[in-house]
Design a protein around this ligand. Structure first.
Ligand code: NOJ
Ligand code: NOJ
Length: 715
């Protein structure tokens, strides 16, 4: 038996191993990363010992003919392919949900076994799935993967799916476990851990109440405002942070409680540095909930996967009769709506849609779509196998045929080389991660666009026509006068150009001919300049929360960072990244600036200082003032979390939901321990605002857990 002091130090050592993040790499700015999306089961089988684990035996198909069974890919397999990924220029991997999943087979309509090989039926969010790790559901293989990734300069993003547990009407009937202890299930839900509403269907997909509170595809819908579920999901996310993950892809954010997610994000950022982006599925910017999606991205601290741009990319590169104007208009529309548009995660395809080559089996077009995604606004995410031209076209290549097993790991494909080159450019030229995006020349088949961040410029020319070249005249650029060779060295048939001097950032390019199916990339980086901020992350936080300011020319000597006029404490400083602590200033929106040690001041970037840690509170107002179709009730109040008495659609909290008209409710994240003042307002379809009468309501927010407020509209 060791002495007490030794035992204590062993305990302390174990505790520090458990709680210390495995990497000190800063994750908050992902704009310089290239993400690679992996379905763990379908990537690489690194260990056969976990293929058919005893607690869930029979879910594995060694013949790989049942597309809805486990096929053997695991965390060890990803780890073994780390140098393949690093060699491609991948700097972050997003892995499918690694948590312990449904243990049983649920036969499909044809009696064929199905399994949760994709990871979206979690049963224990605090343990690792035995098919991906080991039969004790321990974190060992996960920790090894994270360590190997970090050693290779690769960040790890976990797919996190707290909207639901397992299927509610079969298998394990939604059963949830907390690190092995049974919490509850859907069928005997005495605690109210789940919502018991029908499946979302029909017009319900566009209804704010149904998308959040109804059931997604029979999956037991977790009630995150139950204090036990709230604490469980937040603790699970934190456990992943303790195990070193750098970010989360949050599944189905449109179907999770929107307000609760503000508090999830706040809980993650309060614990530590992270990058969050969510899956808000929508076809285009005319979607009925599009304005809700950008309000969510602008306020919650959670960025989004860029589905509208995805649709345009698939249409423009996937067909010959969709014009580049489709892409151009999405970029400009989103540019006006999203405050932190460079944080949107862009993609060509994913595990929920046919692979690009299944919709257009043309490698040129795939390369063009890849080059576009890797150089345009947003953080690019490549779906596994894209670089090997992986696709299976059964049933049009849709789920599950968009999830084949990786078979080749060649490092010499054009696509593999392309990712590598453009990943390097993203690291070396700030115009790609942080720059504006402007169209310089366009026709149906040609798109020439410019990325620009202060004096750094990247100009990209794509001709997607398979046979026709185009004469390009009248092209202007911000590239300084000079000649520019193709940064891709002709990998996609690109050429050199000559730029002549002009004025006002419009330097004329000598006329040239853009050959069929080519991509050219020309770039310029400026010399010494003042500090330039391109990023802040997270974009909100209460005093004490750390945020990362990233950009260029901060200098090696420590200078100062100000929130408005208040100087913040600097925790780390490099010429491209500074970590600061949010100062104790009045809640609200602040312009953040960097001053280098020589006194030069940067541009500003916006950050919202919250009042305190966010607690999810359900606000109900009964018998509200009458509304017509298109009118909504909103919540507004005296802190930034409630919009600081804003009465605009984007500024107040809402729209509220009305399953029991004329009573309305909404979950909002409000500051812990604070006494808040609030009122309800009607914002009519025409924008007219009606305030409820009387004095403000007041409420003291609990310091932890969740809470409920229930008042009558004051006439
Ligand atoms: C979206 C995921 O991407 C999809 O694959 C999954 O089935 C659903 N959410 C439910 O988790
Ligand atoms: C905030 C006030 O406190 C509230 O009572 C009032 O109704 C609105 N502003 C409208 O001005």
């Amino acid at each position: 038996m060791p002495k007490l002091s030794q035992r204590l130090s062993i305990v302390a050592l174990l505790f520090s191993l458990l709680s210390a993040p495995l990497s000190t790499a800063i994750a908050a700015d992902f704009k310089r990363e290239v993400i690679y999306q992996i379905i763990t089961d379908r990537f690489f089988d690194g260990s056969s010992s976990n293929n058919n684990p005893s607690q869930s035996s029979g879910l594995y198909d060694a013949t790989k003919t049942n597309w809805r069974a486990y096929w053997g890919g695991d965390l060890a397999g990803i780890q073994q392919k780390m140098s393949y990924l690093a060699g491609m220029g991948v700097t972050a991997i997003w892995i499918s949900p690694p948590v312990d999943n449904l243990n049983t087979n649920i036969p499909d309509g044809g009696g064929n076994p199905t399994a949760s090989y994709h990871g979206y039926q979690g049963r224990d969010f605090k343990r690792i799935e035995e098919h991906f790790g080991n039969s004790s559901n321990s974190w060992t293989d996960f920790d090894n993967l994270v360590a190997a990734a970090h050693q290779n300069g690769i960040k790890v993003i976990v797919d996190f799916a707290p909207n639901h547990s397992t299927q509610n009407n079969a298998g394990e009937f939604g059963s949830l476990y907390d690190n092995g202890s049974f919490l509850g299930n859907f069928t005997n839900d005495t605690n109210g851990y789940f919502h018991h509403n029908p499946n979302i269907s029909g017009s319900g997909w566009d209804d704010r109440y149904q998308v959040q509170y109804y059931t997604l595809f029979d999956l037991a819908d977790v009630n995150q405002t139950h204090p036990t579920m709230d604490a469980y999901m937040k603790a699970a996310a934190q456990l992943f942070q303790q195990h070193g993950v750098d970010g989360f892809r949050i599944d189905a954010v449109k179907h999770l409680n929107w307000g609760w997610q503000y508090t999830l994000a706040n809980s993650i950022y309060t614990f530590g540095d992270s990058f969050l982006f969510g899956e808000w599925f929508q076809g285009n910017t005319s979607d009925p909930l599009y304005a809700d999606s950008y309000k969510f991205a602008n306020k919650s601290g959670i960025s989004l996967l860029d589905f509208p741009l995805n649709t345009a990319i698939r249409n423009v590169f996937g067909s010959s009769n969709t014009n580049f104007s489709d892409i151009d208009s999405v970029i400009s529309q989103e540019g006006t709506n999203f405050t932190w548009k460079e944080d949107l995660v862009t993609f060509i395809d994913n595990h929920d849609m046919a692979r690009f080559l299944s919709i257009n089996n043309n490698n040129n077009r795939l390369h063009e779509a890849m080059a576009f995604t890797l150089t345009s606004r947003g953080i690019p995410c490549m779906y596994y196998g894209t670089e090997q031209y992986l696709h299976n076209d059964t049933s049009g290549g849709t789920d599950p045929y968009n999830r084949p097993m990786m078979t080749n790991f060649s490092t010499s494909t054009t696509a593999y080389q392309l990712v590598n080159k453009l990943s390097t450019l993203r690291r070396n030229n700030t115009a790609i991660p942080y720059g504006s995006m402007g169209q310089r020349w366009i026709n149906n088949d040609v798109y020439i666009y410019e990325r620009k961040f202060f004096g750094n410029v990247v100009l990209v020319a794509i001709n997607k026509n398979e046979t026709s070249s185009y004469s390009i005249s009248g092209l202007n650029t911000s590239l300084p006068a000079g000649s520019y060779s193709d940064y891709l060295n002709g990998l996609l048939g690109g050429l050199a150009i000559n730029v002549n001097s002009g004025s006002g950032g419009n330097n004329p390019v000598s006329n040239f001919t853009l050959p069929a199916h080519t991509v050219s990339v020309w770039q310029f980086t400026e010399g010494a300049a003042s500090p330039q901020i391109g990023s802040i992350g997270p974009t909100n936080g209460q005093p004490g929360v750390k945020t990362v300011v990233a950009g260029k020319n901060f200098g090696s000597a420590t200078g100062t960072v100000k929130f408005g006029t208040t100087t913040a404490t600097v925790n780390s400083w490099s010429s491209t990244q500074i970590t600061v602590t949010t100062p104790s200033v009045t809640n609200g929106s602040y312009n953040v600036t960097v001053t280098n040690s020589g006194g030069q001041v940067s541009n500003t970037i916006q950050f919202t200082v919250l009042t305190a840690k966010l607690i999810p509170i359900t606000f109900t107002v009964n018998n509200a003032t009458p509304t017509q179709v298109g009118d909504y009730i909103f919540l507004t109040g005296n802190t930034v979390e409630l919009g600081n008495w804003s009465s605009t659609w984007q500024g107040a909290f809402g729209p509220m939901l009305t399953p029991n008209y004329p009573n309305w409710f909404i979950v909002a994240g409000v500051p812990a321990g604070q006494t808040i003042q609030f009122k309800f307002i009607k914002i009519a379809a025409n924008g007219a605002v009606t305030w409820e009468a009387g004095s403000n309501h007041t409420y003291t927010v609990p310091t932890s857990g969740t809470g409920f407020v229930n008042v009558n509209w004051q006439y």
